[in-house]
Design a protein around this ligand. Structure first.
Ligand code: ADP
Length: 172
């Protein structure tokens, strides 16, 4: 029922970073099929709507023929099952990531023993990159941050990210 050649990479991707993209590209070289699952959590208010995230990620991975992008709500493990994927792909940056991923992996394995979690170590140049850091840079740096953001996010993310904080500003 579950296809071990099909991996599913879930996250919030609010927004997608070069660190996420690195995991997607590397995952797509290992697995014949890769689905990127954008988790929708009704308890959180993300900066980018699910549709915006979906469109941006689809644009960024358009050159990868074996990658699909979808949104989901509910448990990640249920989404992997729904895709009939046999692997949940995760990226780890730090020792503290490993600690929380360890707990989550055990829980997911209890919920669905046929789905294996596979970890890729973050590339050295992206270990410090996170969506929250990027939002801080864009919020504080505004337009002046555009050049700096190139080092952290794929190009199509830069203008929409800066526009978010411009909007927030004018509404205050
Ligand atoms: P969440 O909101 O669930 O933490 P994220 O969108 O931040 O999800 O991350 C999704 C996945 O990508 C997680 O496995 C996370 O560890 C991994 N990840 C996030 N940033 C990086 C990075 N810079 N390099 C490698 N993996 C990363």
């Amino acid at each position: 029922m579950f296809n071990p050649q099909h991996a599913v990479y879930v996250g919030s991707f609010d927004p997608l970073t070069l660190g996420h993209l690195d995991i997607i590209r590397r995952g797509a070289r290992i697995f014949p099929e890769l689905t990127v699952g954008i988790g929708i959590n009704p308890e959180k208010s993300p900066l980018f709507s699910s549709t915006e995230r979906l469109e941006l990620i689809r644009e960024v991975v358009a050159d990868l023929d074996n990658v699909e992008v979808e949104c989901f709500s509910g448990l990640a493990v249920d989404f992997v099952k729904q895709c009939q994927g046999g692997v949940m792909l995760r990226g780890v940056r730090t020792l503290s990531d490993i600690e929380s991923e360890f707990t989550m992996t055990l829980a997911n394995h209890t919920l669905e023993p046929e789905i294996e979690t596979v970890f890729l170590m973050a590339s050295e140049k992206y270990t410090h990159v996170s969506s929250s850091l990027i939002k801080q840079i864009a919020q504080i740096g505004r337009e002046a941050a555009a050049g700096k953001l190139e080092q952290f996010v794929p190009h199509p993310v830069i203008a929409p990210l800066i526009a978010k904080y411009r909007k927030t500003d004018s509404s205050q």
